[in-house]
Design a protein around this ligand. Structure first.
Ligand code: ADP
Ligand code: MG
Length: 725
């Protein structure tokens, strides 16, 4: 069944280049060799690089002649690397990436000979058919024409193996009327909005030489690996990305022996090749390790510009999937592939960095830097508090619903973890008790002492959805399968809106003659008074927190069906429209796409489950039933009591009937779901009525799996998938 042996016989090896002396090259020798970055490419003259940076910084249009130079240079570079095709690579609202390949081919019309070419226009703009991508509300308001527009800030890269490679040009995807049909466009807008207010904030606090501030991001990606042979035997994995039923194996993660455990050799060979491919793509993959659940792993990259990081994360997911196949694995990126053990998330590490080297979430060396740090941190906390519903909606998906609140991932209540040191300081600022003895110690020494605040002072609270971890915030509730671009956009937007307000306050206080430090403290005090309720440093998994959060009035949006409506609630979204990050029509599109995706994906799950029960589980149960009844009859004719068979038959019959009946109920409920309900009602019905039915079916299947002999069970088990790799 398993292809494990094949892989071992292939020697677990992959290609890694050696120098002429036969020594392996260092990472730095091949890092970025499959990427073409305008910022570093030797093929681009410095004068053009400067011009293009001007274009980027001023949000202007690149000229035809500038594009021409880049097109020529990148074509020569790509052809030299064995490329035959190019494509505009973009992120439609499916949450995945899209690409349509064109050959580097044209005619020289004077000679009639074929030539390799990528024109300036082909580089700048593409024209995919927008109607075939999710466009939600766009159905009525948008035309079918859509455009992809080159994102000058994200490096181009080569994909494909062997002799024919494809040059990918990162692009934004917009409709004929300039409405965003993708994830990247709003992200870019949010980056520039945030960059501007953050620059102003730094100027106000005395850092007048700052020219540019960017959001930085480093994503940690979790995933499962299973043997490919098992994958294709489970229709649910192929169709829905998760097992829709399965009995727990006797040992799973209760011994905590997988997390950071020694990496098995076959997985290690995969990880080595994965890192090699990512490094060639210029993606700074840094950390690799076993995760909590059996068969679960993580990769993290060094943080960088949020837009590039969001692109990188898509490339990381695609590379994991491709390299896994080369090793006869199948990588599962789904948030909850297996019931009863941890699912996979994605931690979005986030901060702001200035071109002068300031990390706004780094407590500084000087007292005044600490006031700035405290005020900025309070602004982020306030942003999370004010826009908790939208942040929750930004990570909502049918699959992430299985994680949030399942006591393995942060709960669906959005709160902020600060660590106890910062909480103490904040408490003093909030209560103006900085004049009270104990807290004064903290603050007075505070400024100096805080500077030495060791990074790891922020303990590892795994139960918080949004945690301060020393010099960055970590949005931990994101799903493993999601594009980080969307939560990043909402977070950027939320902080932009609070920071703009902070700037106004600071400006008027400073104009009134308040010293900057005092102004920062005053603002910090106001912010903390407003948002104190969102700070929670306790155990997010506890029942007490659920109750406490309710008392505090924090929203607890349990399922995707509960949070999507906020995407089109103007009270909740005005901060996005005000800062030009989303238009109302785009939010409507987004809402429709997400709602439709939620319903459709659940329907696919339900139908797959019904099919598997009818075609796999029930036939296996009947087959075993037949064996048991035959044995009972045979026993009778031999005049022995078939007590065991009769007991087994009873148990079997009970779960078989359960599976059959519940499946029929589910099928009936699905048949008129759309007739009887609006889309919104259908989503809620799915979340609150049909999901529990599907879980009952799964329970009956798991019971049957434990009764029916192993060789008669029709699909691979958790034991096989999680432990035989
Ligand atoms: P942890 O176990 O604390 O989460 P990891 O090493 O797994 O640590 O991940 C930390 C992530 O945070 C890395 O991707 C790292 O690059 C990123 N990171 C560190 N500093 C910043 C920053 N200033 N802005 C954004 N991301 C950061
Ligand atoms: Mg982390």
């Amino acid at each position: 069944q398993s292809s494990l042996n094949d892989t071992i016989s292939q020697g677990l090896s992959f290609f890694r280049p050696k120098d002429t002396a036969g020594n392996y090259h260092k990472i730095s020798d091949y890092f970025g060799e499959n990427t073409f970055d305008i910022q570093t490419a030797e093929e681009i003259p410095d004068s053009i690089r400067e011009e293009i940076n001007e274009v980027i910084n001023s949000n202007a249009q690149i000229t035809e002649s500038q594009a021409q130079i880049v097109a020529k240079a990148v074509t020569a570079w790509a052809l030299n690397k064995g490329a035959t095709h190019f494509c505009h690579w973009f992120q439609p609202l499916t949450g995945a990436t899209a690409e349509k390949h064109d050959a580097f081919l044209d005619y020289d019309y004077s000679t009639g000979q074929p030539i390799e070419e990528l024109s300036a226009t082909q580089l700048i703009q593409g024209e995919p058919d927008a109607s075939s991508f999710p466009n939600g509300g766009a159905r009525s308001t948008f035309e079918a024409r859509g455009y992809t527009a080159w994102d000058l800030t994200s490096p181009m890269f080569l994909i494909g193996s062997g002799q024919s490679k494809t040059l990918c040009i990162p692009t934004a995807f917009v409709s004929y009327h300039g409405e965003a049909l993708d994830i990247k466009t709003p992200l870019l807008r949010s980056n520039s909005a945030l960059g501007e207010v953050a620059k102003k904030f730094l100027h106000l606090t005395g850092e007048t030489d700052v020219k540019r501030v960017i959001a930085t991001c480093g994503a940690e990606q979790e995933y499962f690996l299973i043997d490919k042979a098992y994958y294709y035997q489970r229709r649910d994995l192929v169709m829905t990305g998760r097992t829709l039923f399965g009995a727990a194996s006797t040992k799973n993660q209760q011994l905590d022996d997988h997390y950071f455990g020694a990496i098995n050799e076959r997985v290690m060979a995969f990880m080595e090749e994965l890192d090699f491919e990512l490094h060639k793509l210029g993606i700074p993959a840094k950390t690799r390790h076993n995760e909590v659940a059996p068969g679960q792993f993580e990769i993290a990259q060094i943080f960088r510009d949020a837009n590039i990081s969001a692109d990188n994360n898509h490339m990381v997911m695609a590379t994991i999937e491709n390299v896994a196949k080369r090793h006869d694995f199948e990588a599962l990126m789904h948030e909850k592939p297996f019931a009863g053990i941890n699912g996979s998330g994605k931690h979005l590490n986030w901060s702001l960095a200035s071109d002068t080297g300031i990390n706004l979430l780094n407590p500084g060396k000087e007292p005044h830097q600490n006031y700035r740090f405290l005020a900025f941190t309070a602004a982020v906390i306030t942003a999370v508090d004010r826009h908790a519903k939208l942040l929750r909606a930004s990570i909502a998906s049918h699959s992430n619903d299985h994680r949030l609140g399942a006591n393995e991932a942060p709960p669906s209540i959005i709160s902020v973890f600060t660590g106890s040191t910062i909480e103490k300081i904040f408490k003093a600022i909030k209560e103006k008790s900085d004049f009270a003895p104990e807290s004064q110690e903290i603050l007075d020494l505070g400024a100096g002492q805080l500077a030495k605040l060791p990074k790891d002072n922020t303990d590892r609270n795994r139960t918080s959805p949004f945690a301060f971890t020393g010099n960055k915030f970590e949005f931990r509730a994101c799903g493993s399968d999601q594009s980080i671009g969307f939560p990043l956009t909402i977070l950027n937007g939320a902080v932009t809106s609070v920071l703009e307000e902070v700037n106004h306050k600071l400006e008027s206080k400073i104009n009134e003659g308040t010293p900057v430090d005092q102004a920062l403290l005053d603002v910090c005090h106001e912010l903390l008074n407003e948002s104190w309720n969102v700070i929670f440093n306790g155990d997010g998994y506890s029942q007490e927190w659920l109750e406490e959060a309710e008392r505090r009035g924090l929203p607890n949006l349990k399922t995707t069906a509960d949070c999507l409506e906020y995407l089109v609630n103007k009270d909740e979204t005005s901060f996005l429209t005000k800062h030009g990050i989303y238009r109302n029509s785009e939010l409507e599109t987004l809402y429709n796409v997400h709602l439709e995706a939620y319903i459709t994906k659940r329907e696919i799950e339900f139908n797959t489950l019904i099919g598997m029960v009818n075609q796999h589980v029930i036939p296996a149960a009947i087959q075993y039933k037949e064996k048991l009844t035959n044995s009972i009859l045979a026993s009778k004719s031999c005049k022995v009591e078939a007590t065991v068979e009769k007991e087994l038959l009873k148990e079997l019959q009970f779960s078989l009937e359960g599976a059959f009946e519940q499946t029929r109920n589910l099928k009936n409920a699905l048949s008129d779901l759309h007739e009887k309900n609006s889309e919104e009602e259908a989503a809620r019905k799915i979340a609150y009525d049909l999901m529990p039915v599907s879980e009952l079916i799964a329970q009956n299947c798991a019971n049957l799996e434990q009764i029916i002999p192993d060789d008669m069970w029709p699909v691979p088990t958790y034991f096989e998938m999680l432990f035989c790799i």
